[in-house]
Design a protein around this ligand. Structure first.
Ligand SMILES: [Zn+2]
Length: 136
């Protein structure tokens, strides 16, 4: 039995704000996010795959599509709650945790963990800043 890891990169654009933040991040802004999703498993002897990259994409893309061109905000953020209540046609995701890279990595991990053997999700807000989540 030989195990290996495969990694697929996903990208989307999304707005967010951290209302509690004293500098910069309390402003409404967005990022060109990138997520690297790592799956670990046994290499299938007949295919040579841990998992077909197409199957990995199929498992993750619905979530990426849900986040793309949306706005993610915390449930206690009254300003954003009011805006999205008054404009339900706008694409938004209300979170029970702050929409930081750390929590977005966790959000992605938790949403896909029952479908694929994910072991790590890394979320980049910029080319030099990322957070990774490996489950509990
Ligand atoms: Zn930000």
């Amino acid at each position: 039995m030989v195990e290996s890891e495969i990694v697929k990169t996903f990208s989307w654009v999304m707005g967010h704000r951290l209302a509690f933040h004293k500098i910069g991040c309390s402003n409404i802004h967005g990022h060109n996010y990138t997520a690297k999703v790592t799956v670990r498993g046994e290499i299938d002897e007949s295919t040579g795959f841990v998992m077909d990259f197409k199957d990995l994409k199929k498992a993750v893309m619905p979530l990426i599509d849900e986040m793309d061109h949306s706005f993610m905000y915390h449930m206690s953020d009254r300003l954003m709650c009011d805006i999205f209540k008054e404009n339900p046609e706008l694409k938004s995701i209300q979170m029970t945790v702050q929409p930081t890279a750390e929590n977005i990595a966790r959000y992605i991990f938790d949403k896909i963990k029952d479908d694929i053997p994910v072991i790590r999700v890394k979320v980049y807000e910029t080319a030099t800043c990322c957070a990774q989540y490996r489950g509990k």
